[in-house]
Ligand binder design. Sequence first.
Ligand code: GDP
Ligand code: FE
Ligand code: FE
Ligand code: FE
Length: 194
Amino acid sequence: PELFSALVPMFHEELLTALSAHLSDYRYQHCLRVEKQAMRIAQEIGADVTRAGIAGLLHDYAKERTDEAFRVMITAQHLDAELLNYGNAIWHGVVGRYFVEQELGIHDAAILQAIGRHTVGDPHMTTLDKIVFVADYVEPGRHFPGVEAAREALANSLDQAVAVELQQTISHLVERHVKIYPTTFATYNELGTN
Ligand code: GDP
Ligand code: FE
Ligand code: FE
Ligand code: FE
């Protein structure tokens, strides 16, 4: 069999097995849809389809780890201690990228960065970062209010979809009275405003 790609030190089937071993079936299926959605967007805009697929597939790899596992990783990697004031919603991407690197042996900086930014974004997101950020939000299994607005924006441009996602996410978080990670605000200020 062929290697999934030179970016991943295992066959595609082994990667799927590793991913499914750490996720509930419903989240594993979400990851498969994000892989496809990210590849579709990349194909349409002439971006890197292979990296989009790998980052899309693995973006939620660490989502079902314990809070304790994330705290240990935050300390071990000497990450910003401010992270300890947040929770799984922030950790599974920002900190999750280290689980992907250490456990799956994926060292590609662009892939790891896109995984790290998939929830909170970044004011300086690359095209690959934006593809994974948006693919996660609009994949066909998503049914929340506002998903159609994001899909319509994506039909115009990836940047419009990023803006709509940021606007809707910030509103949604404020409505729920939950704490917003500073990077989420910084991303909104840079990419979500007109
Ligand atoms: P998922 O992992 O596929 O469910 O999607 P995401 O990783 O994009 O988002 C995970 C959750 O984090 C969603 O409920 C988002 O609304 C939420 N989220 C995004 N940004 C922030 C933030 O700054 N603070 C908090 N508390 N939650 C956030
Ligand atoms: Fe996620
Ligand atoms: Fe997302
Ligand atoms: Fe996701």
